[in-house]
Design a protein around this ligand. Structure first.
Ligand SMILES: Cc1cc2nc3c(=O)[nH]c(=O)nc-3n(C[C@H](O)[C@H](O)[C@H](O)COP(=O)(O)OP(=O)(O)OC[C@H]3O[C@@H](n4cnc5c(N)ncnc54)[C@H](O)[C@@H]3O)c2cc1C
Length: 495
């Protein structure tokens, strides 16, 4: 047998065991209660699908086509009533404190009914992650308090995150690329705060959010060294909205243009800056910024994978239902081998998508943003201490500068670069795996449901299908409009 050091040496070869088999070392460490919580979350999502998402999906899609300026206020109020905007806000900030990985399972469920509706709920947590990952407890508490109050009062308070600019998209997700991109959103230091000028584009839920987590740059020639994060409130002087995109899909979720013209943002709304970073770390602002970006993408990309997995599942379930109720030459489709192969392939895609986001979340739990929260005693303490304890005892500490410094130190100074690379690597793989699988399954569902048309020409079949779109879920109608290369090789000759 091998010695201990031989085992260690073998496992450190590529692919490194620690990086590639995340679920295995995490399994024994996972608090058992997380499973119970996840089951509950899935059940809630299924109930929501039955009562709200499924009946609303096509109506919303049609409504946004009739009126591209339509904003989904009623849906937002309904989601707020269900408690979805506070469900994954940590208890120490007044939220319901469900474990973050369970949000992916939730999003898969809702996206299986409608990806747009899932996004109307899910993208709020992109900004929640953007706030909390900064380690700035004081501003996180202030903004999240309004979210909690909105949940209780029935007047929703949503958050958006704005980093993308007309000349910089991918570039703002890596500090190495940031200096090569064309960022233009500036923050000029003035007495008591900053004056912000610039435009942000594609900001999901921008028009309907109360707070926006915003990135800007003190010197656009050195953006990676001078980037600065703000929380800015809708209605602030100098902050306005342009239009929102006439999107190809997920139309329930608006993607907004945000315009900042001499917008004054006071110092107490700065989330992160070179000056704040200096208070708890000797690392350059550039490195801390990369840590921060890594935390945010690592925590949120599994959710994007879950959207894609939900889409894959919606398509699979629609195809399965169709194949179970449609006869071809006197035989149900589901009893024909080619249809069985196709359905098996679609089912496999759903399972792979779910595995990808589960593993990406395991990485966050073992080596990333959730590591401390999911150490068993910490998890149980946060889960079972009553709200009043957090409100009365913990909450005052969140306002102290020392708390933010300690959190900053824990999050950034103590984070190992290899852990962060592992988490953001898994999250990125999950994101493109899940979304690709979603598109793939939609394409296969279209192939399954249209091959019976009189014409063998794929375009004619698509048109026929579009005419009958009442019977299809919105995900499929979207794919019909924007088809990918077909899946003909799985069909028998003549079909
Ligand atoms: C529906 C929707 C909602 C969105 N919501 C938000 C939001 O809420 N907040 C927000 O801030 N942003 C949001 N975005 C913006 C999104 O984050 C950007 O679209 C994304 O970062 C890509 O940027 P881009 O569109 O400028 O594409 P580009 O960066 O121009 O990329 C175009 C293509 O080139 C590739 N590419 C780019 N750079 C490289 C490189 N260095 N090496 C190799 N390949 C490269 C990309 O992978 C991509 O395929 C949203 C976008 C959409 C479409």
């Amino acid at each position: 047998m091998l010695t201990k050091s031989e085992v260690a040496s073998m496992l450190s070869r590529f692919p490194k065991f620690e990086d590639s088999c995340i679920g295995l070392p995490y399994a024994p460490r996972m608090p058992k209660h997380m499973v119970k919580e996840t089951r509950e979350v899935i059940a809630i999502a299924r109930k929501f699908n039955e009562e709200v998402a499924k009946p609303l999906a096509l109506k919303l899609d049609r409504r946004t086509h009739e009126d591209p300026d339509f904003l989904p206020w009623e849906l937002i109020e309904e989601a707020n009533r269900w408690g979805f905007y506070t469900m994954w806000v940590p208890k120490m900030f007044g939220g319901q404190g469900y474990n973050m990985p369970s949000s992916s399972f939730f999003l898969e469920e809702v996206a299986s009914a409608c990806a747009g509706i899932a996004n109307v709920i899910g993208v709020h947590y992109l900004a929640v992650a953007g706030l909390i990952a900064s380690g700035n407890a004081r501003i996180s508490k202030r903004v999240l308090r309004e979210v909690i109050d909105g949940g209780e009062s029935g007047k929703p308070c949503l958050l958006a995150l704005a980093t993308t600019e007309p000349g910089a998209g991918t570039d703002v997700e890596e500090v190495d690329l940031l200096d090569k991109g064309r960022v233009t959103c500036t923050a000029r230091r003035v007495e008591g705060g900053y004056i912000v000028n610039g435009t942000k584009v594609f900001i999901s839920m921008g028009h309907v959010s109360t707070w926006t987590v915003l990135s800007a740059y003190e010197d656009v020639r050195r953006p990676s060294e001078t980037n600065i994060g703000f929380a800015v409130k809708t209605g602030a002087s100098g902050f306005s909205f342009g239009g929102h995109e006439n999107k190809m899909g997920q139309r329930a979720c608006p993607a907004s243009v945000l315009i900042f013209e001499d917008c004054f943002i006071p110092d107490d709304q700065v989330i992160m800056s070179a000056a704040l970073v200096k208070k708890y770390s000797s690392q350059p602002n550039r490195d801390i910024s990369q840590h921060y970006i890594d935390y945010v993408v690592s925590a949120t990309r599994p959710g994007v994978c879950a959207f894609g997995t939900g889409v894959a599942r919606g398509a699979f379930e629609t195809a399965l239902q169709y194949a179970s109720s449609t006869e071809v030459n006197g035989r149900l489709l589901i009893n024909q081998e080619w249809a069985q192969c196709l359905l098996a392939e679609m089912h496999k895609n759903v399972l792979l998508g779910r595995l990808a986001y589960t593993e990406a979340n395991n990485a966050n739990s073992l080596r990333g943003l959730y590591r401390i929260l999911q150490i068993k005693p910490v998890y149980h303490y946060l889960r079972f201490m009553p709200h009043i304890w957090f409100d009365k005892v913990i909450s005052p500490f969140l306002d102290m500068a020392l708390t933010s410094r300690v959190m900053g130190k824990l999050y950034f100074d103590h984070a190992k670069p290899e852990d962060q690379r592992c988490c953001s690597g898994w999250a990125s793989v999950a994101k493109f795996a899940g979304t690709d699988l979603g598109v793939k399954n939609c394409q296969m569902a279209i192939e399954a449901s249209t091959h019976l048309s009189a014409s063998s020409h794929p375009r004619c079949r698509r048109q026929k299908c579009l005419k009958n779109k009442e019977t299809l879920c919105p995900i499929l109608t979207q794919t019909i409009r924007n088809p990918l290369p077909t899946w003909h090789n799985h069909l028998p000759p003549g079909n």
